[in-house]
Design a protein around this ligand. Structure first.
Ligand code: ZN
Ligand code: ZN
Length: 268
């Protein structure tokens, strides 16, 4: 019965009238997931200007500070979020994505991310692209009954035609990342992932998808493992990142007075 009810809940408006996923207000006929007020808040987050390239967040491909510091050049995303501001519509919809299996939320993010992915990739990259979700822990899958990153990749695939690969696997064990500090997260995630035998990712452009990135630890470890499978490039893609922009402010050397601080950036 639980499963049946869950299946019905995925069809908006069938049992319950469609409500805003953030504030619970009834949606008018134009409302997909948000009421007008909550949608405006989400749009503002999407259109916030990146302090590095000055494009809006959903079209900027600059890395977050933690990923840029580790040498990554690009990050596809929709917006920057504040983890502590749990009442913001942007945060509430992320919670809904993870905890409630709502089809309208999957459809909404699939369309939004498809547009950002399409704008970010070159024709060559599109031709060799494959979507690879960062796998959830077995505990998280069991608790929620599904793997939302995999489900969202499948929804994006339907819109973009980019295939999904489940080659990247996660070993059992480890602690939940969100309860750990930055250094603990890095230690907890090392050697947690592997590529399933026989899966050929050689020469592919991997769109490595995770819902959010904070310290970058999961993305960096998944990228490292994917690289061992001979992929030509890994481009991380998330719904949201937290932290500051990857802007390196040149500083003056006390000895020579010359400006320094431009860091060499490796390729993806
Ligand atoms: Zn609302
Ligand atoms: Zn930017």
């Amino acid at each position: 019965m639980g499963r049946l009810l869950s299946a019905f809940k995925r069809i908006p408006g069938l049992i319950y009238p469609a409500k805003c996923v953030s504030c619970g207000e009834l949606l008018d006929e134009d409302g997909e997931v948000f009421c007008r007020t909550c949608y405006d808040s989400y749009e503002n987050a999407k259109q916030e200007e990146c302090s590095r390239c000055h494009k809006e967040r959903c079209r900027c491909t600059c890395p977050s500070f933690s990923l840029g510091k580790a040498g990554l050049r690009r990050l596809i995303k929709l917006f920057r979020y504040q983890p502590a501001e749990s009442d913001l519509p942007e945060n509430r919809i992320l919670y809904n994505l993870k905890q409630r299996h709502l089809q309208n939320v999957f459809d909404f993010f699939a369309r939004e991310l498809s547009e950002s992915i399409d704008a970010a990739l070159s024709q060559n990259e599109k031709a060799s692209a494959i979507l690879v979700p960062c796998p959830r822990s077995a505990g998280a899958k069991k608790k929620n009954g599904y793997d939302h990153t995999f489900a969202l990749c499948r929804a994006i695939s339907k819109k973009t035609g980019i295939p999904v690969s489940s080659a990247l696997k996660r070993k059992h064990g480890g602690k939940m990342q969100k309860r750990l500090s930055g250094e603990e997260r890095r230690r907890n995630i090392v050697n947690r992932f592997y590529i399933k035998n026989g899966e050929d990712l050689a020469g592919k452009t991997v769109i490595l998808f995770d819902d959010v990135t904070t310290t970058g630890a999961t993305i960096l470890e998944c990228r490292r493992v994917a690289k061992t499978a001979g992929v030509s490039r890994v481009i991380p893609c998330v719904i949201a990142f937290s932290g500051r922009d990857f802007v390196l402010r040149p500083q003056k050397s006390k000895k020579t007075g010359k400006k320094y601080g431009r860091r060499k950036v490796t390729s993806n």
